[in-house]
Design a protein around this ligand. Sequence first.
Ligand code: F6P
Length: 356
Amino acid sequence: MRIGMLTSGGDCQALNAAMRGVVKGLSNNIEDLEVYGFFNGYKGLIYGNYRLLTSEDFSGILTKGGTILGSSREPFKNMRDPGENGIDKVEAMKTNYYKLNLDCLVILGGNGTQKTANLLREEGLNVIHLPKTIDNDIFGTDMTFGFYSAVNIACEAIDCIHTTAASHNRVFIVEVMGHKVGWLTLYAGVASGADIILLPEIPYDDDSIIDAIEKRRKAGKGFTILAVAEGAISKADAKLSKKELKKKREQENYPSVSYRIADMITERTGSEARVTVPGHTQRGGSPCPYDRVLCSRLGSAAAKAIMDGKFGNMVGIVNGETRLIPLEKVAGNLKMVKPGCKMIKEAKRMGISFGD
Ligand code: F6P
């Protein structure tokens, strides 16, 4: 059996652990296995940049962050666009797949990567997708790998801010990644006792933020911690068209949403408000034990799917069990936080403000 493998999109902590899971699951059950690694995401498949990998490549990588294959963003919307060098990317990927006589292509990546994986499936290639992203926004799986490792890092950042915020009676904002969804901010915020959590799915109101800060002050708490998703949006801004919002943000000229909120808080309360952005640290370092287990399970389940010839699927986890989910059913969908879900209600009951 001959398989190809690639990691695409923003990296995360557990990509290597997932690839190791697939290869161990196959090599323990198949004698004549060959694994070709394509470098730097779909680029490697398009431009024929690959190498035959050996068992050495997969040894000692369970705890290693990043990806041994490298990654890049190759947007789905440009896949059919020939670009500067005039290459038909989809045809080039098919050519390399058939040239190597692959039985299957294992693709590790997030939403955009999944859309291209589905496109390759439609084009007749045997593909298996593994759901990677710190954002946990892939539809059809309860969990993506990378998420809990990133929660740990964002949570540690907020924990550290907690002690200094208390000493200085300041308002602190920690801006958390997550692109257009709030899972990472919600989990890191709850885990680290943030007082106000702002998510893209629940547009905020400046007055509600100020009320929550004042309420704490009246209760004798001199400091307030906000966990703000990088995609958080105000109620007023949520009503604007994409074009209007772009123009407004250009005029405001803040590096990100947190800085606008910080200025608003200082202006209205007179308190100093500081912003911390852990940024890409959230994707770095070693995978947490949960992700190592998740990737071992997903990888092993992917190996079984390949041996059974069940291609065209994402291998996800649903209610604690690994499951094959047809790519055609999930590609292009986003899993967002539901504003009325139990977790939000539970957090609100504990006094956490969502700024709504
Ligand atoms: O999708 C993962 C993610 O880290 C998002 O949370 C974030 O918005 C984005 O990638 C950052 O992308 P880049 O690494 O290209 O700056």
